[in-house]
Design a protein around this ligand. Structure first.
Ligand SMILES: Nc1ncnc2c1ncn2[C@@H]1O[C@H](COP(=O)(O)OP(=O)(O)OP(=O)(O)O)[C@@H](O)[C@H]1O
Ligand SMILES: [Mg+2]
Length: 392
């Protein structure tokens, strides 16, 4: 198993807090060190097994106050498990959960003050929009006059003023999800968790709701933990992304870090598109690749003779005629266009190089008559500074 602490912030926990004696900890919600106090949530050595299935391997993860953190990853990678552990819907197999510096590992879900927004909206069909949104306030015994004011404010925030008397079935999918969000923000939880909230919406509506959720986050300043398997959603919305794979954190960082400095093959391939080239270091920042070609790599500490895997994003690859000039620090390969696909603003061009690689370039689109045609002889090149060295 890959060590989780390599990619996450480590937190120090007094040994008493890490003690397996849950009963004592439940009654002694100790304020822990400064790190915990500045973070909305801190998970220490959290894991979850269901029988023989390990849904989440031992993980440390901290979420800053006011942060928009996205759990991103393929199906079955452990996103919902992690969310459910924080919400308290399931208990951990090992580890401790801190909320605002307090150990809440044994605190029941309704006492954690965490709001949830679900993919399937989870609205009550027989109740009006007003009553759905008022529900959490009534459950907390707020006075009627406060309830009215807060519900109207929440509906205003999500653009549903005037929809109070409708039933959920009289609303579109996007409107139903707005009710779900209003029902969550109406009681001002310090933390909001959203599990694939836009999964059921079409592309246009999803994009619109992405903007609205981002605006809400800015206005409310609430800590949001957001789950999606859509990388564009994650890149657009998040302060940081926690990319998960097989019940572990593959990488935790800003959208920029994950896109431009992916740590390994999994991250490079999950976020965006990538050209991966393997080879062997032959010294002095040079790597030998297929066909005994040598290319420059930014790897000062690399040991001669060691294997290396590098990545170049397709939009960093240039394609030109074989006799056009090129920049001096570029890596150059010659080849033949295998195919090109026009996808609107961008055109993907696949090139089979003479030394046996398949290199993909993503170019700003030209009209059909100016696009590279299959069979055309071309030169592909990329700058050494656009090469990312990956962990094997
Ligand atoms: N109650 C359970 N019993 C047994 N296995 C479970 C249970 N809940 C989850 N798992 C397993 O744990 C793993 C992680 O599941 P989880 O629901 O966290 O994935 P996910 O990342 O949310 O996936 P998706 O994108 O499909 O929602 C999966 O292999 C799943 O089958
Ligand atoms: Mg899930």
């Amino acid at each position: 198993m890959i060590s989780q602490t390599v990619y996450t912030e480590t937190i120090s926990v007094p040994s008493s807090a890490a003690s397996p004696n849950r009963v004592n900890r439940m009654h002694d919600a100790t304020v822990l060190d400064e790190h915990l106090a500045t973070h909305a949530i801190a998970l220490k050595s959290i894991s979850k097994s269901f029988g023989s299935v390990t849904a989440l391997h031992q993980t440390d993860l901290s979420v800053r106050k006011g942060e928009f953190l996205t759990l991103l990853g393929p199906s079955g990678s452990g996103k919902t498990t992690l969310l459910n552990l924080i919400a308290g819907a399931i208990g951990p197999t090992t580890g401790v959960i801190f909320l605002d510096g307090r150990d809440i590992t044994s605190v029941p879900p309704r006492e954690r003050g965490i709001g949830m927004v679900f993919q399937n909206y989870a609205l009550m069909p027989h109740m009006t929009v007003f009553d759905n949104v008022a529900y959490p306030l009534r459950a907390r015994h707020h006075p009627a006059v406060t309830i009215r004011a807060k519900v109207m404010e929440a509906l205003d925030r999500v653009g549903l003023h005037g929809f109070e008397d409708r039933k959920p079935r009289q609303l579109s999918g996007g409107q139903q999800q707005r009710v779900g969000i209003a029902r969550c923000i109406v009681y001002s939880p310090a933390i909001i968790m959203m599990d694939e909230p836009l999964g059921a919406l079409d592309k246009n509506l999803r994009e619109q709701m992405m903007g609205e959720i981002k605006r809400l986050h800015k206005d409310l300043g609430t800590t949001i933990i957001y789950v999606t398997h859509d990388q564009e959603e994650a890149l657009y919305m998040s302060d940081r992304i926690c990319l998960m794979s097989m019940g572990q954190i593959a990488q935790l960082g800003t959208p920029d870090e994950l896109y431009f400095q992916p740590r390994n093959r999994f991250v490079a391939e999950f976020i965006g598109e990538s050209n991966l080239i393997s080879g062997r270091i032959i010294g002095d920042g040079q790597m030998m690749i297929a066909g005994n070609r040598s290319i420059a790599v930014p790897c000062s500490g690399c040991v001669e003779g060691s294997d290396l895997l590098i990545m170049i994003r397709p939009e960093k690859v240039q394609i030109s005629g074989t006799d056009e000039p090129f920049k001096e620090d570029s890596n150059v390969l010659f080849g033949e266009v295998a195919g090109s696909s026009f996808i609107g603003g961008m055109t993907r061009v696949a090139v089979n190089t003479e030394n046996g690689l398949n290199v993909m370039a993503k170019l700003v689109s030209d009209r059909a008559e100016s696009r590279p045609e299959p069979g055309a002889r071309v030169r592909v090149c990329w700058s050494s500074s656009d090469v990312v060295v990956l962990e094997k």
